[in-house]
Ligand binder design. Structure first.
Ligand code: HEC
Ligand code: HEC
Ligand code: HEC
Length: 136
């Protein structure tokens, strides 16, 4: 019985131990620069900590309250933070929303519905089949 428990414990801990070992070797994520000459909706340190709350708050205002004028619009994030190369925030591993998230093992489903590209760039040839909310 004890042996079985230890085995289960070892199996449960294995991924964390190897992750911890990897952590020391993995470089910090490189975060792509936003459009030059712009300022974020809050200072970068605040954004790093609270962007998820801002986004969820704005979503609730829009979806439940019909308010579409808030500062923390997801479309606005993408306009400023899309990559110069892919014109997306999630297409390449280095793109803005992915760089940190894959480092922090955060998964978001936002781009199953929302376009990951600024409106003007949504129909370039290399674009993946992303559905733009409201484009129907
Ligand atoms: C008007 C342009 C603009 C908008 C809109 C904007 N940002 Fe930013 N954001 C910036 C700039 C400029 C910085 C500073 C760092 C840089 O130059 O890339 C920044 C920084 C950040 C950072 C910190 C990055 C780091 O280097 O640690 C996060 C996170 C962030 N923004 C998320 C968001 C999110 C989420 C939204 C939408 C709610 C958003 N931003 C909207 C321009 C913008
Ligand atoms: C199942 C589809 C779906 C998913 C998944 C989804 N959304 Fe939305 N979202 C919508 C729809 C529909 C609206 C309403 C658009 C409108 O009426 O303008 C909306 C509106 C928003 C708005 C307000 C409009 C804007 O551009 O600012 C924000 C912010 C937002 N969503 C953020 C998110 C975030 C963050 C995620 C991921 C955590 C997410 N959404 C996932 C469908 C979705
Ligand atoms: C500076 C690094 C960084 C950048 C850049 C970044 N995120 Fe995040 N994001 C995080 C971290 C770290 C978390 C997890 C925070 C936590 O769990 O407390 C997170 C969490 C989230 C969540 C909440 C996920 C959940 O399960 O509740 C959403 C939504 C989100 N980010 C959206 C975005 C979007 C959209 C972008 C691109 C516009 C973006 N983030 C860019 C670091 C970043």
């Amino acid at each position: 019985m004890l042996r079985a428990c230890l085995l289960v414990l070892a199996l449960l801990l294995a991924p964390f131990i190897s992750l911890a070992a990897e952590g020391s070797r993995t470089p910090m994520p490189v975060i792509e620069k936003a459009t030059a000459g712009t300022t974020c909706v809050a200072d970068p340190a605040t954004m790093r900590r609270t962007h998820m709350d801002l986004l969820k708050h704005q979503r609730n205002d829009t979806v439940r309250g019909g308010v579409r004028t808030g500062a923390s619009s997801l479309k606005a994030c993408i306009n400023c933070h899309a990559s110069q190369q892919t014109h997306s925030v999630v297409q390449a591993e280095t793109n803005f929303c992915v760089s940190c998230h894959s480092y922090a093992a955060v998964q978001i489903d936002c781009f199953e519905c929302h376009s990951s590209k600024p409106a003007g760039a949504a129909h370039t040839a290399a674009a993946p089949a992303v559905q733009t909310v409201g484009a129907k």
